[in-house]
Design a protein around this ligand. Structure first.
Ligand SMILES: [Zn+2]
Length: 265
């Protein structure tokens, strides 16, 4: 017996039940902020020039929305106007972190450049970080109804191959049904992006990625976000400052900008 397809039957509007909120503003400890600007100062004093650098914003696993520290990975090349990062670099840095800490975004500096905004290069880097970070931070954010056009409802005792050929999706049940709605869990994650400059300015965004577990429907979005600094009472100690100096010395590789060679010259 083939039960009438849902196509043509009365359709309810698709529904959505929120399960969890993703952050809409960035929370950052005053310690992490001070550390980021200290790196800028160290770059200028140690490398005698202002260069772009990038690092990761770090959070405690149990509080992924609060940036509590900045991690400085090995930067491949630091030019005055360009910095790039690759997924394997992020993975390598992640592996070096203690189990209690996670990466929740990235931060980079434009040094003393006039550009006080995210650039086109930043967007490319952002996509790389977003994929990596959201995969680690994903949580169920909503239950969403899947609207299926031409859903075929079939009874298991009477559903032959011919019946299964029909419809875009077949739902086989043990009792005859005439109406069904499918709801899927939507998983979502976020990734912070912050850009800063020597003069003390900062601009920041939150990027989101959501994916339906059944439909595979993926949505990527972003917003310019405000940032709230939380005084955690932590200050950079002299030994931490010495360690940071060493990191700036050994992990950043400033290279002079070499203009591309032009044909015929
Ligand atoms: Zn940039």
């Amino acid at each position: 017996m083939r039960i009438k397809s849902l196509a043509g039957l009365h359709k309810r509007p698709s529904g959505e039940i929120p399960l969890a909120e993703l952050p809409t503003e960035i929370l950052m400890s005053t310690f992490a902020k001070a550390k980021a600007f200290t790196i800028n100062e160290l770059v200028r004093t140690i490398h005698e020039r202002s260069y772009e650098w990038y690092g990761f914003t770090l959070a405690r696993r149990e509080e992924p929305e609060v940036i509590v520290d900045i991690g400085l990975p090995v930067n491949d090349q630091n030019q005055e106007q360009y910095v790039s990062l690759a997924p394997e670099k992020i993975a390598a840095y992640r592996d070096s972190l203690p189990e209690t800490m996670i990466i929740n975004g990235w931060i980079h500096s434009h040094g003393d450049l006039a550009c006080q905004h995210f650039s086109g290069t930043d967007d490319a880097n952002q996509a790389t970080v977003l994929d990596y970070v959201t995969a680690l931070l994903r949580l169920p954010v909503a239950k969403v109804e899947i609207v299926i056009k031409d859903l075929a409802l079939l009874h298991h005792e009477a559903c032959g191959e011919e019946d299964l050929r029909r419809g875009s999706v077949s739902l086989v049940t043990d009792v005859p049904v005439t109406q069904a709605a499918l709801w899927e869990t939507e998983y979502g994650g976020f990734c912070y992006a912050i850009v800063i400059g020597d003069a003390g300015w900062h601009e920041q965004e939150i990027h989101y990625k959501k994916r339906g577990i059944l439909s595979g429907r993926t949505m990527v979005s972003q917003k310019t976000a405000s940032i709230r600094f939380l005084d955690d009472g932590r200050r950079l100690t002299s030994s931490e400052l010495a360690a940071l100096e060493e990191e700036v010395k050994t992990r950043l590789s400033p290279v002079p900008y070499i203009p591309p060679r032009l044909e015929g010259l």
